[in-house]
Write a protein that binds this ligand. Structure first.
Ligand code: SF4
Length: 245
């Protein structure tokens, strides 16, 4: 039996399609391809907590160079592992967390194939499974499922969160963790990866945390925050859907 989409939901979905179309016109359209295996994404995601991409990838490379396999990472003395990954910051805490997660996975799959566990589960079940691992929240779970397996789970990082609340797609007071559920319901499944990448690019380029460059932004007419920032009324026209988008 068919179902009808409520008009306000349809409006949000149209708005998201328009936002995406305009952002991809300046940043390009990304093509999904697996970046790493799920277990690698998971470990990298722990290393990325509270630090920059540069530092987390440096720590991840150091870890991969120092140990021949995941069993060796698991068996390493915690202090030694912390020394290896120190460029990622909070090294003792992250070493402990990585080993706790690896232990859980090894107990379930001695062959370390996290993908075999996840592929047998639905999106929601896979997300819940990952979030039961020590120290894994909704962002890491979505990163593993979206980046490594191409599942339609939306990671909400600091850029996605900031651009989304400035555009009025979510309320700022939700915070990034709860924003996952709201944006997940809002963004059409087939646009999830592209939406994630486009908002990150926009957050790094024009919609920066400090002094967003609103006068140059192609979304200004859709963005109350951007119109308020200018104080000139420029660009404050009615929201419209684009003929080319
Ligand atoms: S108008 Fe400004 S605040 Fe709004 S999305 Fe663009 S850069 Fe960000």
């Amino acid at each position: 039996m068919g179902y009808r989409i409520a008009p306000e939901v349809r409006q949000d979905m149209d708005r998201i399609a328009t936002i995406l179309c305009r952002l991809e016109a300046i940043y390009g359209r990304p093509v999904w391809q697996p970046r790493m295996r799920p277990i690698e994404e998971l470990v990298h995601c722990i290393l990325s907590q509270h630090t920059s991409d540069v530092n987390s990838f440096r720590a991840f490379e150091a870890l991969r160079r120092a140990y021949p396999d995941w069993e060796a990472v698991l068996q390493a003395p915690e202090e030694e592992l912390a020394r290896v990954i120190r460029s990622g910051g909070l090294a003792r805490q992250k070493a402990r967390r990585i080993q706790a997660v690896l232990r859980r996975i090894r107990d379930e799959r001695p062959d370390w194939k996290l993908e075999a566990i996840l592929e047998s589960l639905s999106d929601e079940e896979a997300r819940a499974y990952l979030m039961r691992l020590p120290g894994i929240g909704p962002k890491c779970a979505a990163i593993v499922l979206c980046f490594a397996l191409g599942r339609a789970l939306l990671p909400v990082d600091t850029h996605v969160f900031r651009v989304s609340w400035r555009l009025g797609l979510i309320e700022r007071r939700l915070g990034p963790d709860r924003a996952h559920d709201v944006l997940q319901d809002l963004v059409p499944r087939d646009l999830v990866y592209r939406f994630h990448v486009a908002l990150i690019r926009h957050g790094r380029s024009l919609c920066r945390a400090q002094r967003p460059r609103c006068p140059e932004c192609p979304l200004r007419d859709l963005c109350a925050y951007g119109r308020g920032e200018s104080g000139t009324g420029e660009g404050a026209r009615e929201t419209s859907s684009d003929s080319q988008c």
